[in-house]
Design a protein around this ligand. Structure first.
Ligand SMILES: *[C@@H]1O[C@H](CO)[C@@H](O)[C@H](O)[C@H]1NC(C)=O
Ligand SMILES: *[C@@H]1O[C@H](CO)[C@@H](O)[C@H](O)[C@H]1NC(C)=O
Ligand SMILES: *[C@@H]1O[C@H](CO)[C@@H](O)[C@H](O)[C@H]1NC(C)=O
Ligand SMILES: *[C@@H]1O[C@H](CO)[C@@H](O)[C@H](O)[C@H]1NC(C)=O
Ligand SMILES: *[C@@H]1O[C@H](CO)[C@@H](O)[C@H](O)[C@H]1NC(C)=O
Ligand SMILES: *[C@@H]1O[C@H](CO)[C@@H](O)[C@H](O)[C@H]1NC(C)=O
Length: 355
């Protein structure tokens, strides 16, 4: 997977090859992921609020469990990421002088990230409590590596994966709603988490002097896109639970080679396997619009991979912020939902940030 944006072209191929720092490992000094009651109270203090104290569902469907596993996996990744980012800013690691970006000052950024780290810990603990409460396996954290070495890169990446989460949580809500019964209270609970992540996304955009709210309707996703995206940061083989036990698909990597801009343009892509204009297309998910499928062209083998091009019709109604690209099976097919795109996907998600 590759994350791209107009300002910075980040080559975020799987981190293991390019990152010198040691992988991030739990536990944290505050006891997380298994804090004592006193430690939980301290985390809640720093998070600005407590874990929910209402009853949790006695019964969960298989699909709900899969989604809770995905969400917990994501919260452990986010907690690791923001813990490391907070440490980098606090310790004045070169490239992390957050105070140099007017109108920020270091204390404000440290306070903001401290809240986020503790809030993400409570998200993870809360999801595991829902799983355990219904008698299901909880998620345990893995080891992580992050392909960023400056504050600016780190904030852009935080914006990008938070945008992915903003498209994932509505999907989880839809699943809980379809299941009904015991799961109904989870719709509101995750509505509050969704809004919380939206507050974070506004901060990450503000730091980059982007309009805090990107678009009227943000981009949706599909659980397997998020599942694949998170794995780019997980050290291979480091998860206590085998990831294939989570009933989602891991797609091949779709690299977006061009820096996208907020206009109609052509993008270059690459994938590891052979593709053809007769059998494949690129599909974009942007805003709450129907998926947009475009043909691919100029397929050529390059250094053991396959490069090709596709148009990026941004001016036909795409949303600012995140657009998700996927290389799908079939040419000339139209898709009417994000899930139907995921079902046809071979390589993806390509995460494209514009503005
Ligand atoms: C929920 O789980 C309980 C305990 O496992 C079981 O007795 C009950 O039948 C379940 N209810 C539904 C609606 O599945
Ligand atoms: C923290 O800084 C180290 C050293 O530059 C870097 O390797 C790591 O990716 C950074 N992590 C984050 C989340 O910014
Ligand atoms: C991760 O490990 C699996 C199983 O050992 C292997 O098939 C895969 O190629 C590895 N992936 C990376 C990116 O190293
Ligand atoms: C398209 O897919 C079909 C069926 O899988 C295959 O036989 C054919 O060779 C493919 N065409 C190209 C140009 O790759
Ligand atoms: C952008 O591309 C779309 C789709 O091809 C087209 O409908 C639209 O007219 C183009 N807009 C501009 C300003 O070129
Ligand atoms: C999407 O398309 C499928 C198959 O073409 C159809 O069964 C389904 O009802 C459509 N869904 C929507 C929301 O239009």
């Amino acid at each position: 997977m590759r994350f791209t944006s107009p300002q910075t072209l980040l080559t975020l191929t799987v981190a293991a090859t390019s990152v010198a720092a040691a992988p991030f490992e739990y536990p944290l000094p505050d006891g997380f992921p298994t804090p004592s009651p006193a430690q939980i109270a301290a985390i809640e203090q720093l998070a600005g609020g407590t874990l929910p104290n209402g009853p949790s569902p006695a019964n969960l469907t298989k699909t709900a469990i899969t989604n809770l596993h995905l969400l917990a996996l994501n919260e452990f990744f986010e907690t690791a990421y923001f813990t490391e980012l907070l440490a980098n800013v606090t310790n004045d690691v070169p490239g992390y002088d957050a105070g140099s970006i007017a109108p920020l000052d270091k204390t404000y950024v440290v306070d903001a990230l401290t809240a986020v780290v503790n809030q993400e810990q409570l998200h993870a603990l809360g999801i595991n409590a829902i799983l355990a409460g219904a008698g299901h396996k909880i998620i345990k954290p893995c080891e992580y590596e992050f392909p960023v070495t400056t504050f600016k890169q780190a904030i852009l990446l935080a914006q990008t994966f938070t945008d992915v989460v903003l498209g994932t949580l509505p999907k989880a809500q839809a699943i809980f709603a379809a299941d009904g019964g015991d799961e109904s209270p989870l719709i509101q609970l995750f509505g509050s988490v969704l809004a919380q992540e939206g507050e974070q996304a506004g901060f990450y955009r503000y730091v980059q002097k982007k309009t805090p709210s990107a678009a009227p309707f943000l981009t949706g996703g599909s659980p397997s896109f998020t599942f694949t995206a998170i794995q780019a940061f997980i050290v291979n083989g480091s998860c206590p639970q085998p990831l294939p036990d989570i009933a989602l698909t891991t797609f091949g990597t779709l690299n977006v080679l061009t820096t996208p801009e907020a206009k109609n343009m052509t993008l270059d892509f690459s994938v590891s396997g052979s593709v053809s204009p007769f059998n494949n297309s690129i599909v974009y998910l942007s805003g709450q619009n129907l998926p947009v499928a475009v043909p691919i062209s100029n397929v050529k083998p390059v250094a053991g991979a396959f490069q090709f091009q596709a148009s990026f019709p941004f001016e036909s109604g795409f949303a600012n912020g995140l657009t998700i690209a996927a290389l799908v099976k079939g040419a000339g097919t139209t898709f009417n939902s994000t899930d139907s795109v995921a079902k046809a996907t071979v390589y993806g998600p390509g995460l494209i940030e514009v503005d």
